[in-house]
Structures are given as structure tokens and as C-alpha cells.
Design a binder for this molecule. Structure first.
Ligand SMILES: NC(=O)c1ccc[n+]([C@@H]2O[C@H](COP(=O)([O-])OP(=O)(O)OC[C@H]3O[C@@H](n4cnc5c(N)ncnc54)[C@H](OP(=O)(O)O)[C@@H]3O)[C@@H](O)[C@H]2O)c1
Length: 309
């Protein structure tokens, strides 16, 4: 299926940008919906993109775009709640509204970025809200309105939050107490993920399914931290914390600014972020992470920063 109009919610995000790069040639028009158009300036070089400001709580700010779309992809998500935004509001209520709108319009396919271990009765509010949305989305599937839910493990790539965040923290801290050091992850390269999203958009291969997506290899959290250190060629004292100390750290950090690590994050980490079945990317962290973790700022980055991009 060669598409006409693709609409993406959460336009300024890491995965949304990569979806645009991967799918721009497959659609006549891509409509990127964002709360912050400036944060999407880097995508303006793409000819068939339209960047639109919208207000998530106001259906009329996006209904026209959904009405005219063939496919809608939702990448909106948060890792931490705040006074202004709850997991339930962002991961469930908002999704319910946009999928209802999509189904009553002429949208043929709705693709959702969920998360591995999403489960209505999961341990954390993050996983519960994602699971509740997935259940609602699946209940909307039909032969004329296809839904596909992707549940990735952590996603890596040049602008990822995982490796870049720990790089910054490790640079700063000579001693690093690490919560949940044995939690498992199966990092998936963002370009592998978007290849599956492309296939899901253009074929019927994954219609009305839920797909776990992981990478070629599973790692303990502490192995990933050691990999970052060896990539950066720096030494730090890593102190692996046991269950009780990990929980204590999460409890203390929950009340500190910056959302470094919360009790809800701690609860999510009690279930390994790996999958034996499902879709597997082939790109390894060993091949793709070092070039961007070690990258000195390029001239282009400097220009972008100077121009507020
Ligand atoms: N990255 C990963 O490792 C990973 C792993 C598993 C699952 N996922 C899921 O994949 C999706 C995309 O992840 P990502 O890494 O691209 O995340 P991201 O870079 O943080 O992008 C998420 C986007 O959500 C939108 N958003 C944030 N708060 C919002 C709010 N209160 N109301 C409305 N929109 C809001 C923002 O878009 P605008 O500001 O442009 O509106 C933001 O750019 C998320 O649902 C995430 O849970 C990601």
C-alpha cells in the first residue's frame, strides 16, 4: 500500500523524527503534530512534511488532520508523571480520544508505540497505563480499521535518551550507585524499529497484532553501564545496589527535581525488559552506539545550537 497522508502525533520526539526519515518517501504527505513546532525545525528539510501545532486536550486542533489521513501513528509518551500530566491522561485518555477520532474518520490503520511488558495489571503505573491503552486499541481493531501495537525494549540511536543520559551522568559523577544492576534489557536500534514500522505501514503483515520488539542481544543494566564507560574510555566507581537500597534510592530521588529515577521507574525495572519471541532487530549496540557517544560536536550541531535548534 503506497500511502497518501500519514499523521504522526508527538512530532518532536526521538522516534517520531526517525519515522519521518524512514517513511517520507512512501507517503505523498506527512503531517507532524506537535506542541512545539520549533523543536521540529530539523525536519523542515523534508519536502513533503507539514508541521502543525496542536493542543492534545483540544480534539478540534487535530481532528481535520486525522480526518484526512490514511494512517495515524502515535508516539506520544512520558517516562515520569508530574503535577500537570499523569500516565493515565497521556497514555490512556489521550490515546482513547485519538483512536476514537481515527476510527470515525477514514483512517485505515492506527499504529501505537507502546512498551515491552505493558500490562493493565503491571507493577508500575507506566506499564499499567500503556497496557490499558493497548487493550483499548486492540478492542477497536476490525477488517476496515487495522491496528498495530509495537512494544519495544529500550530504543537506541543518535538522539536516544538512554545512552546519552547515562553518558552525561557518568561524566559528572565519580561514584555511581546503580539501582537494579541485574535488570535485563534488549536494546533495539531505532532504524531497525522504524523499518518494522515502515513494513507495518505499507503491508498487511502485522495488521491487528501486538508485536514485542527487541534487539539481537540481552544485557544486564550494569553491563550496559560498563559498556558506556569503556566506550567513553573513562573509569568510574560503580556501586551495584541490592533490592532494598535500590528502592530507597528510588524513594529519595522521587522527591528530588530532575526525575533521575522514581519509584515508578523502580517498579518497571522489576520485570526484565527482554522478550524471547516477537520481532528482533539485527543491529548491535557495539557497532552503532560508539560513533555517537564519542562524537565531538560537529559544525552542523554548532549551527543548530546557535540557531536555537
Ligand atoms: N525511547 C525508548 O527507549 C522507548 C522504549 C519503549 C517505548 N517507547 C515509547 O515510544 C514512544 C516514543 O518514544 P520517544 O523515545 O520518541 O519519546 P520522546 O522523544 O520523549 O517523544 C515523545 C513525545 O511525546 C510528546 N509528549 C510528551 N509529553 C506530552 C504531553 N504531556 N502531552 C502530549 N504530548 C506529549 C512530545 O511531543 P511534542 O512535544 O512534539 O508534542 C514528545 O516529543 C513513547 O510512547 C514511549 O513510551 C520508547
Amino acid at each position: 500500500m503506497q500511502g497518501n497522508i500519514l499523521t504522526i502525533f508527538g512530532g518532536s520526539g526521538f522516534i517520531a523524527s526517525e519515522i519521518v526519515y524512514k517513511l517520507s518517501k512512501s507517503f505523498k504527505e506527512i503531517r507532524l503534530l506537535t506542541r512545539n513546532t520549533q523543536a521540529c525545525n530539523h525536519l523542515k528539510v523534508i519536502k513533503n512534511i507539514q508541521i502543525h501545532l496542536y493542543e492534545p486536550s483540544n480534539v478540534s486542533s487535530y481532528s481535520m488532520h486525522v480526518n484526512e489521513s490514511d494512517i495515524v501513528i502515535n508516539t506520544v509518551g512520558i517516562l515520569n508523571e508530574s503535577r500537570k500530566q499523569s500516565f493515565h491522561d497521556i497514555h490512556f485518555d489521550f490515546v482513547r480520544k485519538i483512536i476514537n477520532k481515527s476510527k470515525e474518520s477514514s483512517v485505515k490503520k492506527f499504529i501505537q508505540l507502546s512498551a515491552l511488558n505493558a500490562d493493565e495489571s503491571g507493577l508500575s503505573k507506566y506499564l499499567q497505563s500503556k497496557g490499558k491503552a493497548d487493550k483499548y486499541i486492540s478492542s477497536m481493531s476490525s477488517t476496515s480499521f487495522k491496528t498495530i501495537i509495537f512494544r519495544p525494549s529500550i530504543v537506541f540511536g543518535e538522539k536516544d535518551s538512554f545512552f546519552n543520559r547515562f553518558k552525561s551522568l557518568l561524566k559528572l559523577l565519580p561514584v555511581f550507585p546503580l539501582a537494579c544492576p541485574n535488570s535485563m534489557f534488549s536494546p533495539i536500534y531505532v532504524k531497525d524499529l522504524t523499518e518494522f514500522i515502515k513494513e507495518a505501514s505499507l503491508t498487511d503483515k502485522y495488521d491487528n497484532t501486538i508485536q514485542n520488539i527487541t534487539g539481537p542481544k540481552d544485557y544486564k543494566f550494569i553491563e550496559l553501564i560498563n559498556f558506556i564507560l569503556s566506550t567513553m574510555k573513562i573509569k568510574r566507581l560503580i556501586i551495584p545496589l541490592n533490592y532494598s537500597l535500590s528502592k530507597l534510592q528510588a524513594f529519595a530521588f522521587t522527591y528530588l527535581p530532575g526525575n533521575i529515577f522514581t519509584l515508578d521507574n523502580f517498579k518497571s525495572l522489576q520485570v526484565d525488559n527482554i522478550s524471547t519471541g516477537g520481532l528482533k532487530g539485527t543491529s548491535s549496540i557495539e557497532e552503532f552506539v560508539p560513533p555517537y557517544l564519542n562524537n565531538k560536536e560537529t559544525k552542523l550541531d554548532t549551527y543548530r545550537k546557535d540557531s536555537g535548534r
